[in-house]
Design a protein around this ligand. Structure first.
Ligand code: ADP
Ligand code: MG
Length: 696
């Protein structure tokens, strides 16, 4: 047997179980050995039945003297009872409500172990354990493996039991008197980690004196080592990939005085310290020969756009073109207006190219782009459609990247030169996570809001208080402010969502605020209409803007002071945070009103978090916890691997540690041979799982 041995070829597995295991992603012996127990039970302290006391959690072993199903006449429920007697002569009953399934499993005469809390059945007065964990003990070895020790509990596939998996794991592990350790010895020794074989043994079959608390919190030395190992190889792969990227030939932009002066002239305000710092990082990248791959992170409203614009000026002053991509047409349009307003006085031609640019216009635009007459091209993914050719594309800015597929990014990068790439996102996640998640990107963070921002007064209300809320909106609009009303999220159908927005709009425009100017914005409007509505709102010719979530990202109207979200409970936390980020951009006091219907537990936590904090990092943290990493990151899109041992939330500090160790190892391997070994190992084992293309 070796690590690659298919499980289905093992004794006691066979095709059928093999298939079950495969469905859980367990196809080889290695998969099984890295399939961690998700919890542990201390079945070490076996008690004689005569010695157990009420309230304790005990492990007891004996023979079943009776086992049968009862129908309770009183409640109609079916109750399965199994009576256990041990050498001490005392007895205990185990009871399962709706325990029908047990009648084929537990029967008189069997040797079993029960594990659970000893209680008194308040109805019959008997000493019993309700719903104990149990093991049927066929022989002495079984007893050793499944009771009398700290016992691992696995998530087992389909009809297989945790116990079968435990037995199988035990047999596999026993087949390895020794095992090659892929973790570099220098690293392992310095960190004082056990070797692989010991770690696997300890994690599956902890010694009697193992620290149960540590095991339960996934912090035993063995678990730490295995978690570290997983992160370490991932981070080594990423480090190698970045090392390679650094040698690629890109554009070396010169940071001359002309560029500096232009930037100074164009900037409409004094940049914050954080904005200055990240621009320096970006400019530093641009001055390097290797192409920039940088992620710019900053909470909503932190002022990322102007930083992108500064970077654009550097490229422009070096006679290169700039492409700016946004996820929605509305946002693209807004960026277009912003860039145009600031760059055209400096003599640059800014153009807008979206999916709805058609016919002769499109042709003309594409010509201007290919001839280099258009300096800045702003658009949606239409910009990267195959037939748009740039004359000298030097910089690509991708805004709100989490909505763009990796594929799209790549297609863009294939175009001609190796332009510098700046990706912007408002999803604040801890740096190490970002560095891992975005693999080949460097990360800059704007961690400071422009001056004068006041906290946004955030409240939850019920629909019953609607009239009060509407009164409040009216007063705000009458005072010259503006208001967003965001309609409920209907995930399954955009058509329904647009219809709902239409209804809300009709009602507000005709019934509630007939005296005020109300506008409607949604994704299905023709582009000129969208532009007209946005423009009217910008000029404060519309006081109340009813909208779908299309305004979620990027929209910037500093005079808007109220964000009213209808059925806020239907929105995700990040989404709500983004929506709230649309207000509080000017000097006036701003409000976010979350109008809620029925909430389930997680919805309640989302709303509570919104009311409690405005810290984007904290919000992302809660969101990550509520949704789980897969959904939060959109794993498929981001390329974040599915870890088998590690948990990116729980084990964040180990990710940090692994990242540092991996970087050091790749930079200064103890000897060249070890590095080559490592590259081979990653190529063999990790490329498939983690998509580390072209390692080394
Ligand atoms: P985001 O990071 O969410 O994209 P924006 O770039 O839209 O944020 O900026 C939010 C608002 O703050 C805009 O109105 C922008 O003009 C303004 N702003 C950005 N930086 C500063 C600054 N340093 N001083 C004053 N206002 C700023
Ligand atoms: Mg933005």
């Amino acid at each position: 047997m070796d690590l690659e041995t298919p499980l289905e070829t093992l004794k006691g597995v066979g095709t059928q179980r093999g298939r079950l295991l495969a469905r859980k992603g367990l196809t080889t012996v290695e998969d099984l050995l890295y399939h961690m127990p998700f919890r542990y039970e201390d079945r070490g302290n076996i008690k004689p039945l005569s010695g157990i006391s009420l309230g304790e959690t005990a492990t007891v072993i004996g023979k079943l003297t009776a086992a049968q199903l009862f129908q309770s006449r009183r409640t109609g429920t079916r109750l399965f009872e199994a009576r256990l007697r041990d050498d001490s002569g005392a007895e205990l009953v185990a009871k399962w409500f709706r325990g029908d399934y047990l009648k084929d499993i537990l029967s008189r005469g069997k040797s079993v172990a029960f594990y659970g809390k000893v209680e008194r059945d308040s109805f019959s007065g008997e000493i019993c354990i309700f719903h104990p964990e149990f093991e049927i003990l066929d022989d002495a070895q079984d007893a050793q493996l499944h009771v009398g020790r700290i016992v691992p509990v696995y998530e087992a596939p389909g009809k297989m039991t945790a116990r079968q998996l435990r037995g199988l794991t035990y047999r596999c592990l026993a087949a390895f008197p020794e095992l090659d350790d892929p973790l570099p010895e220098t690293v392992r020794r310095r960190l004082g980690f056990p070797n692989l074989l010991k770690a696997l043994n300890d994690v599956h079959f902890p010694a009697g004196d193992a620290d149960l608390q540590a095991l339960k919190s996934f912090r035993s030395p063995a678990q730490i080592r295995l978690i570290f190992e997983e992160f370490f190889f991932l981070e080594c792969g990423l480090a190698l990939k970045r090392q390679k990227a650094r040698t690629a030939q890109g554009i070396t932009f010169s940071l001359n005085d002309r560029a500096r002066n232009q930037i100074k002239k164009i900037l409409p305000f004094k940049p914050t310290g954080a904005q200055k710092r990240v621009l320096k990082e970006i400019a530093g990248d641009m001055a390097q020969a290797a192409p920039m791959n940088r992620l710019l992170q900053g909470d909503v409203g932190s002022g990322k756009t102007i930083v992108a614009l500064e970077a654009a000026v550097i490229a422009l002053e070096n006679d290169y073109q700039v492409a700016v991509m946004a996820p929605t047409e509305i946002l693209a349009t807004q960026h277009y207006l912003y860039f145009k307003h600031l760059l055209e006085p400096a003599g640059y031609l800014v153009v807008l190219l979206t999916g709805s640019t058609k016919g002769a216009d499109k042709k003309k635009l594409k010509r201007a782009i290919s001839e280099g007459l258009a300096h800045v091209v702003i658009g949606t993914h239409a910009v990267i459609s195959e037939d748009v050719v740039f004359k000298r594309l030097g910089l690509i800015v991708i805004d709100e990247q989490h909505r763009f597929g990796v594929m799209q990014r790549w297609r863009l990068l294939q175009k001609g030169l190796h332009p510098d790439v700046l990706v912007m996102t408002a999803t604040p996640i801890p740096r190490t996570l970002a560095l891992t998640l975005y693999g080949e990107l460097d990360v800059s963070i704007i961690d400071e809001l422009p001056p004068g921002r006041r906290p946004i007064d955030t409240r939850e209300t019920a629909f019953a208080d609607e009239h009060k809320v509407f009164e409040f909106l009216r007063r705000q609009v009458q005072a010259g402010r503006q208001v967003y009303v965001v309609c409920p999220l209907i995930e399954e159908s955009e058509t329904k969502q647009v219809a709902a927005a239409q209804d809300v709009y009709e009602r507000l425009a005709k019934k509630v605020f007939p005296d005020l100017k109300v506008g409607l914005l949604h994704g299905r409007l023709p582009t000129p209409d969208k532009e007209a509505v946005m423009d009217a709102f910008k000029r404060n010719q519309v006081g109340i803007l009813v909208s779908t979530t299309v305004i979620e990202v990027g929209v910037d109207v500093p005079n808007a002071t109220v964000m009213l979200v209808l059925h806020a409970e239907t929105f995700g936390l990040s989404q709500l945070h983004q929506l709230r980020g649309r207000v509080g951009r000017g000097a006036e006091r701003s409000y976010c009103i979350l109008m809620c219907g029925e909430k389930n537990e997680t919805a309640r936590e989302r709303i509570r978090t919104m009311v409690e904090t405005q810290d984007g990092f904290r919000i992302a943290d809660v969101d990550l916890r509520l949704r789980g990493p897969g959904e939060f990151f959109g794993t498929k899109q981001s390329g974040l691997p599915a870890f088998r041992v590690a948990d990116i939330i729980r084990d964040r500090e180990l990710l940090e540690l692994a990242r540092g160790e991996a970087a050091a190892f790749v930079e200064h391997p103890p000897d060249k041979k070890r590095l080559i070994q490592l590259v081979d190992y990653i190529r063999d084992k990790w490329q498939r799982r983690y998509g580390l293309v072209q390692v080394g």
